[in-house]
Each structure stands twice: as structure tokens, then as C-alpha cells.
Design a protein around this ligand. Structure first.
Ligand code: ADP
Ligand code: MG
Length: 456
């Protein structure tokens, strides 16, 4: 924790707070203990809207830079995905709020190509001015950092809605109503020949009013025309929603590939998990191309088999067996928006379906998002200390951790002890390494002794 003077110097240097506002905060500080003073001043500055809690935490950690990017002030992180971090930012001039996606640094040439491709796609995506599509506003570069400026959509992603604590899968009528809005946006894009290529729960925002906004329109194509598999830092979770034909050759993606991804996203929304859970990249690609998922109606209680059939048709391996257009799909989805209809169709199952409580959300190994600010040290004051009782923690995409097998010791012959789980492979490895070192040292010493004896 910095001293009060250091903190004041950091704040002044950052350019985030005007001299007057900083003075105002200091005057209100009054007499506090020297240790508590920086935190107290940070709270006051947050209280008078001079700083956001995110900025305050960064400043308390000693940062004085990284708060401005190409004419925008960074307010807080919104999330992190395979392609970089997304921040909420404010235009320095008119204070308009935008979302800024900072692209990971790559070779300059590749960046330039990506930006060119992106501009081309953006021109196309600008032509779809639709209320269910988040607009991409511009692409910029500042000090070698490339970033995209997008319309800021308040709310949470469909992924968060389902996976966050207190969330869970949606019921059929709500899902149907919500997806009709997604389909409206997607149809508008398709109508001008724009394929999304990366429809997935984290690319669909749910606004506080329950409206749908599709994110990252045109981005997948702009970032890499060759294959999503060669995209840098591709997150395995992305493969959960990619069509078999895209996994073979990304250039083959068309409207029906987006519909396959809609099918996987519907599956996730109703089951609380993607169709093919677990496994590594190879495994996932194999399953998307060769296997059928566990039937939705048996994974998610309360989903009538006739609705599950829509999802099954969307997820057909052969594009010719799927719905051929958004318009065709919309007709079938629209039948499910009325809860009374769902009850009538479910008949005897209706009570069970009504009683069905979606399972509590669980974070999977793959596509794991955890709530953390990884660039801030854990010793820093938490958002709670800074007076934000419900911190808006950003979702983060993390590559899956490789499951570690455990060594199970069988019960002794007398059967006194139950099977016990003992140390994992790390413990065994440590033992092995120690043993090897001792063996090598003993060997070297013996060779030395023998050669000494021979020499004398
Ligand atoms: N324009 C936006 N407005 C609001 N939140 C956004 C916006 N773009 C992205 N986000 C948030 O950031 C998260 C990460 O986005 P992204 O980097 O595209 O990763 P991915 O889509 O692979 O999960 C999204 O899931 C969403 O929660
Ligand atoms: Mg995205």
C-alpha cells in the first residue's frame, strides 16, 4: 500500500482526476491514520465520481499509466476472451460510453493484415444496422496497441446468465422468446451475406430489459480467414459451438454453419452446458464432426422432445439436413413462446416440468471463466473495501486445466482402511526426482573412487 503522498502523486500523474477534484477529496479526508489514509482518499474519490473502483485499485497498486487509449478513458474491464480483454471506456470528449477490445500484440505485419480485414468486414457489418446486433464502431491503434471500439451493451452475456451463481438454464418459453430476437439479428446479417461464424453464449448479450444483442459480428472473419483453429489463443470453449464443416475448413462457413452454432447455443441455454462437454481440442473436434450429443430432452428435464427435435435438426452434421434459413427456423421456435402451449404439449410431464429446478450452475473445466482481476495483486484492497458491495467482476476465459489423475490405494488385505486418495502425481514425481538424484550422485562418487584406486 502506498503512503498518502505517493497515492496522491500517482493520482495526479495518471491524469484521471482534475487538480480541483483531487484537492476536494483531500480536504474532505480530515484526520485519519496514516495507514488508512490512501484507502480512505480512494473511497472519497470514488464517492465523488472522480475515479471508478477499478481505477482506484490500479492506482493503489502503484499504476499510473494504461488508463487512456486513443482518446478513451478506461473505466473497468467487461470481460476477457480468446482474443483479448474488453473494457468499458468513455470518450474523452463527449463522454459517450463504448466497449474497447484490446487485441493481443502480434507481429506488426499480421496486425496490419488483421486490421485491414477487419475494416473490410466492418464496412459490411455497418450495413446491418439492426437493434439485435451490437455495432462495431471503429478500429484503432495507439502506441502499437491495436483495439476495436464497439457499442457498449449493458447487461450480461448469455453465458454469464446461465453459469453465474443464482443463474441456471432457462425454461423453454423464455428461451424461445429470447432466441426469436437473436434470430432477428442473425437474419438481418444473413440478408446482406454476412456470416457471423462465432455464434456462442458469450457472444450474445442479454440486456437488463431482456433484449438480445449479438456481439462480434464480422470479427471471426476479420481475425483469421483461414481457420478458427489457427486463430491465436483460440479458446477451446469456442469449439463447443463451431460447426463440423467450419472445423474442417473455415472458408466453408455459411448461413447454415451459423444455424448449427445456434443449435449448440440453444442446447447450452436449456441444459446449462454445451453439447459436448469436457475433453481436449482433438476430442472436441472429433465429437463435433462424428458424434451425436446426449439427447437434450434427457439432459434437461422439462424440455419436450418435440422442442429438442428442433435443436437436433439444427445440429445435424450435414448442412443439408439442418434448417436451411433463419426464416424456416423462426416458424418452429415461435410455436414455443407461450407457456400454456408448452404445458399442453407436455401433458402428463407438465407437473414434473413445472417442478423442475434447473441444476445449480457449475463451472466446467473447459470454457472456464473465473471471477478475478488477474493483473492486480491479491494483496490489494478488494472492491468490497472500496465500498462496492456487488463488484462487477469480469468473466475470464481460461484454457482448460489438464485433469490430474489421482492414485488410489486399495484397501489393505485386512480391510481395515477404506480406499484412500493419496498424493497426486506431483508427490510421486518429487519422490522419483529425489531417488534419481541420489542414484546419480552415488554413481558419480563410485566412479571417482574407482578411478582414484586405479590411478594409485
Ligand atoms: N460490446 C460489449 N458490451 C458489453 N460487454 C461486452 C462487449 N463485448 C464483450 N463484452 C463482454 O466481454 C466478454 C468477453 O468478450 P470477448 O473478448 O469477445 O470473448 P468471448 O466472446 O470469446 O468470450 C463477453 O462475454 C461479454 O461479457
Ligand atoms: Mg466475443
Amino acid at each position: 500500500m502506498p503512503t498518502l503522498d505517493e497515492f496522491v502523486a500517482n493520482v495526479a500523474k495518471s491524469g484521471l482526476v482534475t487538480r480541483d477534484d483531487l484537492e476536494r477529496g483531500r480536504e474532505r479526508l480530515g484526520s485519519t491514520s496514516p495507514e488508512g489514509a490512501p484507502l480512505q482518499l480512494a473511497k472519497l474519490l470514488i464517492g465523488q465520481n472522480s475515479l471508478t473502483t477499478y481505477q482506484a485499485r490500479k492506482l493503489l497498486s502503484g499504476a499510473t499509466k494504461g488508463f487512456f487509449l486513443g482518446g478513451f478513458k478506461i473505466l473497468r474491464p467487461l470481460g476477457e476472451g480468446g482474443m483479448g480483454k474488453v473494457y468499458l471506456a468513455e470518450a474523452e470528449g463527449d463522454k459517450r460510453r463504448v466497449a474497447i477490445k484490446v487485441l493481443p500484440p502480434k507481429k506488426a505485419a499480421e496486425e496490419d493484415r488483421a486490421v485491414q480485414r477487419f475494416r473490410r468486414e466492418m464496412d459490411l457489418s455497418r450495413r446491418v444496422n439492426h437493434p439485435n446486433i451490437a455495432r462495431t464502431l471503429d478500429v484503432g491503434e495507439a502506441g502499437g496497441v491495436y483495439f476495436m471500439i464497439m457499442e457498449y451493451i449493458p447487461g450480461q452475456s448469455l453465458y454469464e446468465l446461465v453459469k453465474r451463481e443464482g443463474g441456471g438454464p432457462l425454461r423453454v418459453p423464455d428461451t424461445a422468446k429470447f432466441f426469436l430476437k437473436v434470430l432477428d439479428g442473425l437474419e438481418a446479417a444473413h440478408s446482406i451475406g454476412l456470416i457471423h461464424r462465432d455464434i456462442k453464449p458469450s457472444n450474445i448479450m442479454v440486456t437488463p430489459e431482456g433484449d438480445a444483442r449479438i456481439l462480434d459480428m464480422g470479427l471471426a472473419k476479420a481475425m483469421n480467414e483461414a481457420s478458427i483453429l489457427t486463430r491465436p489463443n483460440v479458446v477451446v470453449g469456442t469449439l463447443d459451438y463451431a460447426s463440423p464443416e467450419q472445423l474442417g475448413d473455415a472458408a466453408r462457413a455459411n448461413e447454415r454453419s451459423d444455424l448449427y452454432s445456434v443449435g449448440c447455443t440453444l442446447y447450452f441455454t436449456l441444459a446449462g452446458r454445451p453439447p459436448f462437454e469436457g475433453g481436449d481440442i482433438v476430442n472436441k473436434i472429433y465429437k463435433q464432426r462424428m458424434e451425436d450429443p446426449e439427447p437434450l430432452e434427457s439432459v434437461a428435464k422439462g424440455v419436450p422432445s418435440s422442442f429438442a427435435a428442433i435443436v437436433r435438426k439444427l445440429m445435424a452434421k450435414n448442412p443439408n439436413d439442418r434448417y436451411q434459413s433463419v426464416a424456416e427456423l423462426r416458424i418452429d421456435i415461435a410455436r414455443w413462446t407461450d407457456p400454456a402451449t408448452v404445458r399442453a404439449i407436455l401433458g402428463a410431464q407438465a407437473d414434473a416440468a413445472r417442478a423442475f429446478r434447473p441444476p445449480p450452475p457449475s463451472l466446467d473445466d473447459e470454457d472456464l471463466r473465473f471471477l478475478a482481476d488477474d493483473d492486480l495483486s491479491p494483496s490489494l484492497p478488494s472492491l468490497r473495501d472500496l465500498g462496492d458491495p456487488t463488484p462487477e467482476a469480469p468473466p475470464v476465459h481460461k484454457l482448460p486445466t489438464v485433469p490430474r489423475p489421482v492414485l488410489v490405494v486399495e484397501p489393505s488385505s485386512r480391510g481395515v482402511h477404506p480406499p484412500a486418495q493419496v498424493g497426486g502425481p506431483d508427490e510421486d514425481n518429487r519422490w522419483l526426482i529425489q531417488f534419481s538424484i541420489i542414484a546419480v550422485v552415488l554413481g558419480v562418487v563410485s566412479i571417482l573412487i574407482i578411478s582414484l584406486i586405479q590411478a594409485s
